[in-house]
Every structure is written in C-alpha cells, then in structure tokens.
Ligand binder design. Structure first.
Ligand code: BGC
Length: 732
C-alpha cells in the first residue's frame, strides 16, 4: 500500500470540511447484515440449536443459505455505514453502489472479512505455517490471499492474528504463529508485506488488521474471553513485540481484543490504544473493536450504559465500532452534550478515510464480472503454494524406522478424519470450499498407494470394532488419522483436556495390539498431550489442519518424496495440568529438578513431551564448531551443520540467548534468530546468524528498554532444548 499523497491528504481535509457529524459517525460504523428471517426461530435461537446439538452444522448451513438478510440500505444511503462484513461479490458491489452513487459524499465502503489462512486457496493454519520458519512463504500466503479476496471486493483482512499463546487449552492458539515473540514478529512482518505489498496496483493488496490487541492469548486458564493480568514488563517483552513489528512494517489497521488487561478491557484501554499504539509506536491507521465488544464493556461492568461505553471507547482511541451500532446511536448526543470531544471523531474519520484512499477504493470501488470469477478454479500457482506450505508445515515427532513408507506398502488407513474434506481446512476458513480439499485418503490414492480404508472412529463417537478387525487384517502397515475436528480449535473452543478427544487413544491401542507398525497422523489445531502416544506409537507425524492440499502433502511426506522439516511453534506438554507450558519461562529461584522442593509437579514429568522448535527429519543433522565473533553492534554466531544421513533435507538452525544476571528475572532462553538450511546428503555448511546487540535487552516494569552489561549464554541448535552453548561477556 502506498502512503498517502499530498493530494489525497488535501482530499481528506476537504471531505472532513463537508461532512456532517452524522456522516462522520457513519464512517465509524462497521456492521454485519442482520438476519431477519427465512426460518421459524430467531437467529440467536438457531445458533444455540447448533451449539447444543439440536441441529447439525450442515443443517445450520442449509438454513443460513436460505436466510433473509437486511443490509441496512437506508442507513447506507444516508452515509451511516463505513464497513460491512460480507463476502459475496454481487452483494458487495450492490452495497458499494449505494455508498458511492447514492450518498451525499460518495465515500466507498471498506469491506472486511476473516481471511486468516487463505481466502479460496486455504493453506495451513498459522500455528502450522509458522513452523516452516520461512518468511518468504508467510509473505506469499498473504499475497495470494490478498489477490483472491480483492477480486471479490474484500479489501480488508481481519488478519494476521498475532496473539502469543502459551496455553494449549486456548482454542485460538491455532490462529496465530505460536508461543515465541521473535518468530511471531518475523511472521508478522512477512505477512504484512504480503497482504499490503507496495504494488502500484490496488487489485493486488488489502489492508491488514492486527489482532487481537493485546494479550488475549494470556487469558486466564486458557478459557476464551477470560481476564488477563500481567506486569508491564511481560506485556512489552512478550505480548507486544509482534504488534510492534507489524506496525513498523506499516500495518494499516488493528483490532482490539475482548479481554480486560489489568482490569481495563482492551476496547477502552487508553494505555494500550492511545499511549502505546498511537503515541509510542506512531501507528497511523485505524483501530476497530472486536465483534460486539463495545457493548460488552457494560457486561464487564466498566460502563454504565451504551453511551458511557461509546464515550469510553471513542476517547480511548477506538476508531470503529464492530457490530453494535452503539457509535451510531450514541456519539452524536455525546458530542453535543460535551461528554466527548469532537477531535476524537475527526481523528478517527481521518484515519479511516486515509486507509480507504490508500486502498484505491475511491478510484475502484467495484469488482468486475471477470474478477468475481477469476478464482472459481484455483490457479496452479496458488495450489502449488498451498502444497509447498502444507508439506513444509508437517512435523515428524517420532520415527522408529517406520517412515518413509515404500510405495509398494499395503496400507490400512483408519480414522474418520482421513476422509472428511471440510476438516482439512481447519478453524476460520469460511471462504474455503470442501470441493477443493484433498483428504488424506484421496492424497494416498493420488500418490498411487495400495490403500484400504476403515474409518473405525473419529474425534467423537464410538469405535466400530468390526472395522478395526478388518483394518488390522488388511495392511502391512496401519495409518491412524487421529486428532481434532476443525471446530475443536479457533474461537470459543477452549478445551479443559488436551489429550486426544473421544476414544481415539483406545483405537490406537487396538491397532497396536495387532503388532503391525502403526503411524499416527495427527490432525489438530493445538498442541496435544501425547505422553502415552509418544511412548507406544512407533511413528507420529504432526500434520495440523493443512488446508486444501492436505492429503497430497501428507502422502508425499509418508512416502518420502518430501523429507519433513517442520518445527513446533509451541510446546507439547505431557498432560493438561502443566498448561501453560512454554520454553521461554522466567527463571525461578528453584528451577524444576528431581529434588522435591523445586518448581515442579509431583505427578508430572519435568519436561514437555516435545519442546518448542522440535521436529525430526528422515535424515540426521550434526551441529559442531560453534563460534561467536563480537563486532561493534552485533554478535556473529556460527556453527557447522552437517547432514550426516543419506537423504537431502532441511534444518532450521535456531539461535537462543539467556541473560545470566539482570535487574529483572529473564527467561531461561529466548529465541533471537533462525536460519532455514537445505543440505544435500553428506553436505556440511557453516551457518552464521547475526544477533544484533539491540536485541539483547528487555523492558522493565515501567516499559523502559534496558541493555545491561554482563554475561550472556548463547545457544545454537535444532530445537529449544538441544543446543550447543557458549558464554560471552558484553559491554554495550
Ligand atoms: C473474532 C475476531 C473476528 C471477528 C469478526 C470475532 O468474534 O474474535 O477474530 O475477526 O469476530 O468476524
């Protein structure tokens, strides 16, 4: 996205001059169409019916397809709408037509939509994609999604989701890049470049929306929408960095999160919105609330009524209301009665108009017939990208000489998830289509596998014992596709038990009883507690929800056409009770050890089952000859990496640091860099990663950044646990 030109700035000034107060407030109003009928019960009742299982998801979808919607055309015509959450290009064009041709000032709408991991070409969930450790891929995912959605008239993505999440119980961990602030910051910058790239042609980019600002991933006990409470040092060192990085990269918009932070909901939080984001980071775009969040301030108990909520939000720098209509109803009288300063409104409108101009919406508000159908058939280039990301996201967790499989292997495939097209899409893939999805069964068939299929059981429901009997008789090797339905992660999908849902562990036991080799292929949207599985199942592939090309990617890895190189972006605890569990934990005075009076549980292992950054390969990598060269502004940390096996493969070399003694307690390890390397069998290479001295500091509890002289331990290795290390003394 190009920056505003002087001409555009002047045009905004001119518009602001002409706008009535109502029209200005209209620019701060984002809505979803209201459901006004088409079925016998209310929309709210219908949602409840689906949630409590009275109707299936499919039935809900069928009813919704026939639902009557009110797009509030009259309000639009009066200049009362700024943005609508819709995705149908015909509808979008008709809404734009009203805004552009029938309102007094002809200001176009900005159409926003949840495009979290691909629009039509759905790629792996972000938690998986980040594990490729390849910023070029993160960027390309953004570019493809931008082009596809823009052709439908959607110029604003409610993405990327940048919540650091360290608690696997939280369902929304699936939507973001995981537990590490450094990796999340690299992901954030690359995604912004992809979505908002600085092409001349607005057809190729969209406005990103960083969410959920901020600390939502720290919701207490991993329960969605729950309270968050933390010191400013933790906020600035851990939860803010990806947002800061994305703002530095030019992110256009930000969505405030639902949670309260230290008692103040992020929707009305002066400190996070005005002070940090707008003043300290110099953010020039606009902030939107999360859905219905302004009204929820009344339920939080920090606003008396709707007007109080509106005034608190607008004063705190909340530029746009998503979904409640409260700004429309309340801001005018609030300004007239002196409760709200008009400058809050002018500032918000200036920011919103600025983004609309930068998106080229004034010049090209509509999409053509050709554009609407441009991606009806997914282009080869997009599919190739989806396949590449999916293959590279797969993490080999365990392999006792079972994988890769020979092409001639007689495979018995089990698990209902292996043949459910829509499940490969994962959470928040609203614009993905089941028809485009390749299931694991289909992927194996595409690869020419000799495969027989027996679903046996899914994440819910009983085990079909007859099918299990048939399955164990059928193959030389058994693949069990187990895990979670897509709906078990994402929003409002926290789980109090993160082990394999339902009877799937029992299924694995029954399959193992056959004494045939069993491969667990996991499909899930969060870390699972795999203590038992890691001990008993000879091979485990973490395949997440990989998007439209899932089946092909999994088959390619199973057969060794692709050597897996994905790494975990989040810690896998042994059991739920260890949550939150993450590698970069602050040092206690009594670090966990076998002795009793240390920071540990009596009934759980000290270590996670799989640490952050972990992932095996079909080849082996050896690290040696670590070296650190200190330069004026940085350290050059190098290591010799050797592919000691007989296959080509990739390895993510990871750099961590520990500040041995500082004025506040520092994490036991912090990632500070990485480098993804592709090595031929037998090849060895010196890999050097630069650690800038600026990166070696931390924020204190007054949000002041410190670089403190002293001893540091530098680590380099293939995961957060197994590293070479060296100590160094630094005087900044
Ligand atoms: C979610 C957001 C999303 C918004 C609009 C909310 O419930 O928290 O992530 O962007 O809905 O769909």
């Amino acid at each position: 996205m190009k920056l505003l030109t002087d001409k555009q700035k002047a045009a905004i000034d001119e518009l602001l001059e002409k706008m009535t107060l109502e029209e200005k407030i209209g620019q701060m109003n984002q809505i979803s169409p209201s459901i006004v009928g088409g079925f016998d019960v209310s929309f709210e009742e219908l949602i409840e019916m689906m949630t409590d299982g009275r109707i299936s998801k499919e039935e809900f979808g069928r009813l919704m397809a026939g639902a009557k919607q009110d797009f509030h055309d009259d309000v639009n015509r009066a200049g009362g709408l700024s943005s609508v959450l819709v995705s149908d290009p015909e509808v979008i064009n008709s809404l734009q037509k009203i805004a552009v041709e029938q309102t007094r000032l002809g200001i176009p709408l900005i159409i926003g939509f949840d495009v979290i991991h691909g629009f039509r070409t759905v790629v792996p969930i972000a938690l998986a994609e980040a594990g490729t450790f390849e910023p070029e891929l993160f960027e390309k995912t953004g570019r493809i999604a931008a082009k596809e959605s823009r052709a439908s008239g959607i110029a604003w993505h409610f993405a990327p989701m940048l919540d650091i999440s360290r608690d696997a119980r939280w369902g929304r961990i699936s939507e973001g890049p995981g537990e590490d602030p450094y990796l999340a910051s690299v992901f954030a910058k690359a995604r912004i470049r992809g979505l908002q790239n600085d092409d001349e042609n607005p057809e190729n980019y969209v406005a990103a929306c960083l969410k959920h600002y901020v600390a939502y991933g720290a919701c207490e006990s991993g329960r969605d929408y729950n309270t968050t409470s933390m010191a400013k040092s933790m906020l600035h060192n851990t939860y803010l960095p990806p947002f800061k990085a994305a703002v530095e990269e030019g992110a256009a918009t930000v969505m405030a999160s639902f949670n309260d932070l230290n008692g103040v909901p992020c929707t009305v939080n002066n400190y996070t919105l005005r002070k940090i984001l707008k003043e300290d980071y110099g953010f020039e775009g606009f902030v939107v609330s999360d859905a219905n969040a302004i009204r929820e301030c009344i339920i939080h108990g920090i606003a008396e009524d709707e007007q109080d909520a509106a005034v608190k939000a607008a004063s705190a720098g909340m530029d746009m209301d998503m979904g409640t209509w409260i700004y429309s109803k309340e801001l005018k009288s609030a300004v007239e009665s002196g409760k709200l300063d008009i400058t809050c409104i002018d500032e918000a409108v200036r920011r919103i108009l600025g983004i609309k101009m930068r998106l080229g919406l004034f010049e090209k508000p509509y999409v053509t017939e050709e554009e609407m159908h441009r991606y009806d058939k997914l282009p080869e280039e997009h599919l190739a990208h989806a396949l590449e990301v999916a293959e590279k996201s797969i993490v080999l967790l365990k392999n006792n000489d079972v994988l890769p499989l020979k092409k001639t292997a007689k495979i018995s495939l089990t698990g209902a998830l292996a043949d459910m097209p829509e499940e490969v899409l994962g959470s928040w893939a609203i614009s993905g289509r089941a028809d485009d999805c390749v299931t694991i069964l289909q992927g194996l068939k595409n690869a020419g596998a000799d495969v027989s299929y027996h679903p046996c059981c899914g994440p819910e429901g009983e085990i079909d014992e007859a099918e299990v009997k048939a399955a164990v008789l059928d193959g030389d090797v058994i693949i069990a596709v187990v895990g979670e339905f897509a709906s078990m992660s994402g929003e409002a999908s926290s789980r109090a038990d993160i082990s394999l849902p339902g009877r799937q562990q029992e299924l694995l036991k029954m399959l193992l009883d056959s004494k045939k080799p069993v491969i667990a292929v996991l499909m899930n949207g969060r870390p699972l507690a795999l203590s038992w599985e890691s001990e008993h199942v000879p091979a485990i592939l973490e395949c997440w929800h990989l998007g439209v090309q899932m089946g092909n990617a999994v088959a390619n890895v199973l057969f060794g056409d692709v050597n897996p190189g994905g790494k975990l972006t989040c810690t896998f605890p042994a059991m739920t009770g260890q949550c939150p569990m993450y590698y970069n934990t602050p040092k206690t005075g009594r670090p966990a050890s076998k002795s009793k009076f240390t920071s540990r549980y009596l009934d759980a292992p000290l270590e996670p089952v799989y640490p952050f950054g972990y992932g095996l390969s079909y080849t082996n990598f050896k690290y040696s000859d670590m070296d650190i060269q200190e330069e004026k502004d940085c350290l050059k940390v190098s290591v010799v990496l050797e592919n000691t096996g007989d296959r080509d493969g990739s390895e993510t070399v990871q750099l961590y640091m520990h500040d041995v003694s500082a004025s506040i307690v520092r994490p036991v390890k912090e990632m500070k860099g990485f480098s993804k390397e592709y090595l031929k069998a037998g090849e060895s290479r010196k890999v050097t990663i630069t650690l800038s001295k600026d990166q070696m500091g931390f924020y204190d509890d007054d949000a002041i950044y410190h670089l403190e002289d002293g001893r540091f331990i530098i680590y380099i290795g293939g995961n957060s646990k197994e590293c070479l290390k060296q100590e160094i003394n630094i005087n900044f």
